[in-house]
Design a protein around this ligand. Structure first.
Ligand SMILES: Cc1ncc(COP(=O)(O)O)c(C=O)c1O
Length: 392
């Protein structure tokens, strides 16, 4: 099939909800991708942070293939080893007490929202279901997670949205302005990803954790983008020195297969009892086996390298001193790059793609880089070389 034939097929038979780049991708290896015509790309996107252990990873593909041959799906009416082993691994590596598995980031956040509302209902009854989220946040595309998202541009068309969310500036004064007796939880990203790669101040997060404990609000951390090694620790909250009541994950958890979920603290473990929450594909054996292999690959040594590689990439970009790019920000291999006035992130991304480097855009005017966590120095250098010769 040619690129033109594929585009025609897409346009005729799929809903045109995505503004796709005019690029098709056929296959990959490590942090390299190739299109149908055989053109090579260095990938600083990893499928929006999902292909955490790179493309064509033999350990990952072997685990998927073995499990697919053994048992593809069975449902949560029965016990099965892969999800149970994965839950154990995630709890042991984080200090959290229990896991729930679903399919996507939005679904994971929906689960955490239900957890907070039920925790509060069980203890205090009705009237305390409001969740504070932050301005410029992003929590998903379902009607409820759109409502949780603190950006007006997402509150359109699909009325009525779910009630019970108020949006705060990311400061203690900002929280105080929207706090009230009806609040049961705060939901936030430690680094706002879609919003432009903005890390939260550590002091703010520490003070907020204290306030949550005082008011008996649950602290819900959305790690759909920052989780599973992206920032150089298994979860970003571990670098902030807090223990949330719930932490949600998705994207990179199964290395590119659809899986999400959340971990809860000890006191929240009994909240969602039988019949209160479920997901047909949740904990699917193939996804869970893939996720277990991702855990094996992303051991503590590999996570330390994520921090080093992130620092190397940021220093490399800033060292190029390109006229269109400013400072970098982020943690580990979640890197935001400021685009200077007079340039747009979309235009720069298109030029880079043409030259063979895939990058993401985010927020008002930033580039966002989420390479596979297993990217090599040589692949990073190849990407930096494309940046250098394309954006001079
Ligand atoms: C922080 C955050 N939360 C939630 C989501 C939604 O995830 P999904 O698209 O898997 O539903 C995203 C997706 O980009 C995200 O970055």
């Amino acid at each position: 099939m040619t690129h033109e034939e594929l585009v025609r097929l897409d346009h005729q038979y799929t809903l045109q909800t995505y503004g796709r780049f005019d690029v098709d991708i056929d296959h990959g290896k490590g942090a390299r991708l190739w299109d149908l015509a055989g053109k090579e790309y260095i990938d600083f996107t990893s499928g929006i942070g999902t292909a955490s252990v790179g493309y064509g990873n033999e350990r990952w593909a072997g685990a998927v293939a073995r499990q697919a041959l053994k048992l593809g799906h069975i449902s949560n009416l029965f016990y099965a080893q892969p999800y149970a082993l994965l839950a154990e691994k995630l709890c042991r590596r984080t200090g959290m007490a229990g896991a729930f598995f679903g399919n996507s980031g939005a679904e994971s956040n929906e689960g955490a929202i239900k957890l907070a509302r039920k925790y509060s209902f069980d203890k205090y009854g009705k009237g305390r279901g409001t969740i504070l989220t932050l301005k410029n946040s992003f929590h998903g595309r379902t009607v409820t997670t759109l409502a949780a998202t603190g950006q007006d541009v997402f509150h359109n068309y699909f009325f009525p949205f779910t009630d019970g969310f108020r949006y705060a500036e990311p400061t203690m004064d900002g929280i105080a302005e929207v706090a009230g007796h009806d609040v049961c939880a705060v939901l936030l990203e430690l680094i706002q990803g879609e919003g432009g790669v903005f890390p939260m101040e550590k002091e703010f997060i520490h003070e907020l954790a204290v306030l949550c404990a005082e008011r008996d609000w649950l602290l819900l951390v959305d790690e759909v983008q920052t989780g599973v090694g992206r920032t150089g620790s298994l979860f970003c909250f571990q670098q902030y020195g807090i223990l949330p009541d719930a932490v949600t994950f998705a994207k990179g958890i199964a290395g590119g297969l659809p899986m999400g979920g959340f971990l809860v603290s000890e006191r929240c473990r009994p909240v969602l009892g039988p019949g209160t929450h479920a997901s047909t594909f949740g904990g699917n054996p193939v996804c869970a086996a893939a996720a277990l292999e991702v855990q094996n690959i992303l051991d503590d040594g590999e996570l330390a390298q994520v921090q080093e590689k992130g620092a190397y990439l940021r220093a490399g970009i800033e060292g190029l001193d390109l006229p269109c790019l400013g400072k970098t920000r982020g943690l580990g291999l979640m890197v935001g790059v400021e685009v200077r006035e007079g340039y747009t992130n979309k235009e720069l991304a298109a030029r880079l793609m043409d030259a063979g480097l895939l990058v993401l855009t985010a927020g008002h005017n930033a580039l966002r880089l989420l390479p596979p966590l297993t990217i090599t120095r040589e692949e990073l250098d190849a990407g930096l070389a494309i940046l250098a010769r394309t954006l001079v």
